[in-house]
Design a protein around this ligand. Structure first.
Ligand code: GLC
Length: 425
């Protein structure tokens, strides 16, 4: 069913990027994300490669939700289908998809050394470099500079300060006639994005990372309970009830429409907030997400996307060449300037043209290099089950179906069941 849906999407969303006619030109198919300006940027990048190489590229757009995209990819890859040569894969997937992906090491020419070593390590499974880093991510806090100034408020350092400031500004703005104003928007749908948000709440309260890097399950603790209770109290007060169904773009829609004081999102939202047609252009600041308390941590979950070549590709060499082009310095620089996509090449964080367009790449550099990783390396191919169990438990708390204590106790049991024999607990 889904495969069919994909080929329909493919035929709708296919874009040829070459006009030169050539007898031996191959066509490479790449799946690109379509969140914000992602698809357009991918199209421009692949066009440039086509021009250089003389080969055609077709783009396939895939669902925005990382969770849905993964199940679609798993179906395509487990069928050994040749439909897609290059896959855009999430930073948490190398362990899950590695069996279907080509080792890119023979194609890199040493270029992987320019990239953050932690990402190269993340993408190396059993000694094989299964994907090249394309852009990195960390959760950040967007705030309305103009509203904080208007009400003489400081940028919040802790979640309780954020709650206080959001409550006050929301009430005052509504009293002044801005009836749609909300204090804080974020990603509350039951999907991978909620795993990222909830990990931030928990880690910033010193509650750990669900499962430690060595495999120890650590989720049923006081700090995690407190973190989830704090978030639950936002729903219906400073955050709309609808936040329980928000992904990245829904949160951005509210914030960019001028209807929220704070937003948790990824860096891509910056270039769109700053676009000429944006209602909030020049009214926005970006800072680190708040700490749980003064002795907690500023925590942004590590996100980001890689490019991988399918083992079933009929054009592996060309596909790998396209990957090397798209992940190169020049292309990452263009994407950083045009779309505020965080480079994975350290040198670009010192590039003045990049910093002029996205100053927070410099200010928040340490959040990007020290993003809090989800437990995907240690859980390997079991990660998606771990993440689903976590986001479903969290969603139950946020929607009032279960208390944080009960939900986390149950989650701990479930994770123990999943982990038994799967990784060293
Ligand atoms: C962003 C991140 C990705 C994460 C996803 C969750 O796309 O880059 O790593 O899984 O958001 O929604």
């Amino acid at each position: 069913m889904k495969l069919k849906a994909l080929s329909q999407v493919a035929s709708l969303a296919v874009f040829s990027s070459l006009s030169i006619s050539q007898v031996q030109a191959a066509t490479i198919t790449i799946s690109c994300g379509a969140v914000g300006a992602e698809f357009e940027l991918c199209q421009e990048g692949t066009k440039a490669w086509s021009k250089k190489s003389g080969h055609e590229v077709q783009l396939v757009s895939t669902p925005n939700s990382s969770t849905e995209r993964l199940s679609l990819y798993q179906q395509i890859l487990s069928a050994g289908a040749k439909d897609i040569d290059v896959f855009q894969i999430d930073v948490v997937w190398p362990g899950m998809l590695q069996n279907h992906l080509l080792d890119l090491k023979p194609y890199t020419n040493g270029n992987e050394e320019q990239h953050f070593p932690s990402l190269i390590k993340n993408n190396t499974v059993e000694g094989r470099l299964v994907a090249m880093p394309w852009f990195t991510d960390a959760g950040v806090l967007y705030y309305r500079k103009d509203l904080l100034e208007k009400y003489n408020q400081e940028i919040p350092i802790t979640w309780s300060q954020l709650t206080e400031v959001a409550t006050r500004i929301q009430a005052s703005e509504r009293a002044a006639g801005q009836e749609k104003m909300w204090g804080f928007v974020w990603q509350g749908r039951a999907y991978e994005g909620l795993t990222c948000d909830a990990l931030e709440w928990i880690y910033s309260h010193n509650g750990g990372t669900i499962i430690s890097a060595t495999g120890k399950i650590d989720i049923y603790n006081e700090q995690s309970v407190q973190a989830l209770n704090t978030a639950r109290d936002w729903v219906g007060s400073i955050s709309p009830k609808g936040v329980l169904n928000y992904a990245e773009e829904e949160a951005r829609g509210v914030f960019q429409g001028g209807n929220a004081v704070f937003m948790r999102n990824w860096p891509y939202a910056w270039s769109l907030a700053q676009a000429d047609n944006s209602l909030i252009k020049d009214k926005v600041g970006v800072t680190a997400l708040p700490k749980g308390s003064s002795d907690g941590n500023h925590a942004g979950t590590l996100g980001g996307w890689q490019l991988a070549v399918s083992k079933y590709s009929a054009h592996a060499d060309l596909a790998a060449d396209l990957v090397m082009y798209l992940t190169s310095y020049t292309e990452q620089k263009r994407r950083a300037i045009k779309g505020s996509y965080n480079p994975t090449i350290d040198a670009l964080y010192k590039d003045e043209e990049v910093l002029a367009k996205a100053p927070f790449f410099g200010d928040l550099y340490s959040s990007f290099v020290n993003g809090v990783p989800r437990p995907s390396t240690v859980t390997g191919k079991h990660y998606s089950r771990v993440s689903s169990a976590f986001f479903n438990a969290t969603h139950n708390v946020l929607s009032g179906k279960a208390s944080a204590k009960k939900a986390l106790k149950k989650l701990e049991k479930k994770l123990k069941r999943i982990g038994k024999g799967a990784w060293t607990l």
